[in-house]
Design a protein around this ligand. Structure first.
Ligand SMILES: [Zn+2]
Length: 329
């Protein structure tokens, strides 16, 4: 994978490429950011570029060094995966010993520590010495979704690059390139919430069931007689169902966006749910633009609040009553 193949995070690619051009890649780096946004891809691409035998500011993906790193078999590039909760002290001791040895076959030694927030204190302290006085040929990349769980002494010695979520449209494009259908790519990108890995892991049958269930709830919300179904489902809910609440709201929001598009005479090829075009057209007759905009805003508000600590059952009840009011504007 070369830099152009790493999804999203263009500003970080620019910083790294500039550093490579000037031969000034920091020896101690933190790649922080949400899950599934390409931090490990970027770290491996940087490790390959630092050792590439053909290119200077990108990975060629073809030379023996790039290929060995792809296979996890390069003697100078080590990925420490924290599958267990704690990175073992032996691993960081080994890292410490290797860090000061000149690279064996490559140009640079690169250590990538995955889920670095799981470093326990002895491991972190052992690593600290390397981060304090790194040899010029050694790079340590700490990859983490929770940089604030790293010791402050570690953070202060590293250059932190903060990755952001990948945009919905970009995820959609990548999924299309990877042979997902247009219908699948649209809705998976929407539900993935900036997480490319999640987009690829979602089970299509479950997504389809979620869409059908959400449509039923949407129709119930809109109808005067059955709207209580929504409250029965989400009014007083255990935690497990709350994740579903967020997903259902995302999907209902996509219905509202589609209805808005149709109301405004937009191009149907831009529908988020092209498979539901007929139903959406039928539904769109009963909505004004102002009502739909109100629903979209209300859902955006609830989705932000859902990530906080508000009483979620209360949030569902409030959403329900606000939705009812919007319908009667
Ligand atoms: Zn190469």
């Amino acid at each position: 994978m070369a830099f152009k193949d790493v999804a999203g995070n263009v500003p970080i690619k620019k910083i790294l490429k500039l550093a490579l051009e000037r031969n000034r890649v920091p020896n101690s780096l933190i790649f922080s950011g949400p899950e599934g946004v390409g931090k490990m891809d970027m770290a491996l691409t940087l490790a390959k570029t630092l050792n590439c035998q053909i290119l200077a500011t990108d990975a060629c993906d073809a030379c023996p060094s790039c290929r060995a790193i792809d296979k996890g078999r390069h003697p100078d590039v080590m990925v420490i995966a924290a599958e267990v909760r704690d990175v073992k002290i032996e691993q960081t001791r080994l890292l410490k010993q290797l860090a000061y040895l000149r690279p064996m076959t490559g140009k640079r030694r690169v250590f990538i520590i995955e889920e670095a927030e799981n470093l326990n204190d002895p491991s972190a302290n052992s690593l600290l010495k390397v981060l304090e006085e790194p040899p010029h040929f050694c790079h340590v990349i700490l990859v983490t979704a929770s940089p604030f769980r790293l010791l402050p002494t570690i953070r202060s010695r590293c250059r932190l690059l903060a990755f952001s979520a990948i945009g919905r449209e970009e995820i959609e494009e990548i999924l299309l390139e990877r042979d997902f259908s247009k219908e699948q790519a649209r809705i998976l990108a929407l539900l993935a919430d900036g997480n490319l890995e999640r987009a690829q892991e979602l089970e299509w049958d479950e997504v389809r069931a979620l869409k059908e269930g959400s449509w039923a709830l949407f129709e119930a919300l809109v109808s005067a007689d059955h709207s209580s179904q929504f409250l029965e489902r989400f009014g007083a809910v255990p935690k497990a169902v709350l994740e579903e609440f967020g997903a259902v709201l995302e999907v209902i929001s996509s219905f509202a966006r589609d209805i808005l598009l149709l109301r405004l005479g937009g191009d149907p090829s831009l529908l988020l749910n092209p498979d539901l075009e007929r139903r959406l057209r039928e539904a769109s007759g009963s909505w004004t633009v102002r009502q739909v905009l109100g629903v979209i805003q209300e859902i955006d508000f609830v989705l932000v609040e859902l990530r906080g600590n508000l009483n979620k059952g209360l949030l569902a009840t409030t959403f329900f009553s606000n939705f009812g009011e919007l319908r009667h504007v």
